[in-house]
Design a protein around this ligand. Structure first.
Ligand code: FE
Ligand code: FE
Ligand code: FE
Length: 262
């Protein structure tokens, strides 16, 4: 034990100078740090560094006349506007497909009405571009691209002539409306921050239309479609119909292939 203690003591002794050295080093560091700290404000306070960003900003404004380069926030706003403008244009192309695929007249009519409203919204977005003094430019909206593809997938994965298809289409359409609500809500807020009151009002009008459409879709779903759709739980007759169609298609294909061989 005594030997071990001795060893420990030796270790401690040996370690002690290191600690002392460390302390010394530590003692030196704050001084250095203090020296650095003392030096830093002087460097920061140098007028050249402060002046530099102002010069860059001035050049940017001078180099570009469009209003979309006034500030980073305004650039963000314009980019968002281009995105939703693209999204609306993409939607005007998708809505006729969804209308055609819908089963109930009520949903067909809802899609047709919203297609007309969407065209007006395209025009309203163009008005906002005009207010900003920049050319209306559509940017491909990746989200709308995905959302409309999802709607097309619902059509592909559901039976023609069923209320279940309509329930699926409403689900897909409401995802679209919610994307638009988020976009217009955010853009209207940015317009407000930027002091663009007229733009804010125009975006607010479209925002309200999207909210109304979302509400209308909910009404269509709960008034009849979801209830009717639930009755379709027994898929036997529908499946048989579908199989008949598939068999016919296969027969036709086989027939065509046979004809080709001959
Ligand atoms: Fe819209
Ligand atoms: Fe987008
Ligand atoms: Fe919409």
């Amino acid at each position: 034990m005594a030997k071990a203690t001795g060893k420990k003591a030796a270790v401690k002794k040996a370690a002690a100078p290191k600690k002392a050295a460390a302390k010394k080093a530590a003692a030196v560091s704050p001084k250095k740090a203090a020296a650095k700290k003392a030096a830093t404000p002087k460097k920061v306070a140098a007028p050249k560094k402060v002046a530099a960003p102002k010069k860059v900003a001035a050049k940017k404004v001078a180099a570009s006349t469009p209003a979309d380069q006034k500030s980073l926030l305004q650039k963000l706003f314009v980019d968002g506007l281009k995105d939703i403008y693209g999204a609306e244009k993409q939607l005007t192309k998708a809505l006729p497909r969804l209308m055609k695929a819908a089963t109930s007249d009520q949903l067909k009519q809802t899609f047709e009405e919203h297609r007309a409203v969407t065209e007006q919204q395209v025009g309203r977005a163009e008005q906002v571009f005009q207010l900003l003094g920049i050319k209306a430019t559509a940017k491909k909206c990746e989200a709308m691209d995905g959302l409309t593809r999802e709607a097309d997938n619902i059509v592909a994965e559901t039976q023609k002539g069923t209320m279940s298809r309509d329930a699926g289409l409403i689900l897909a359409a409401q995802k679209i409306e919610h994307y638009e609500i988020a976009s217009y809500g955010g853009l209207a807020q940015l317009a407000s921050t930027l002091g663009l009151e007229e733009a804010k009002n125009l975006l607010g009008q479209t925002l309200q239309e999207e909210k109304d459409t979302d509400e209308r879709l909910t009404q269509v779903a709960v008034s009849s479609i979801n209830i009717e759709s639930e009755k379709e739980q027994s898929p036997v007759p529908v499946m048989e119909e579908e199989n008949k169609d598939e068999n016919k298609q296969e027969e036709n294909q086989n027939g065509q292939e046979e004809n080709k061989e001959n």
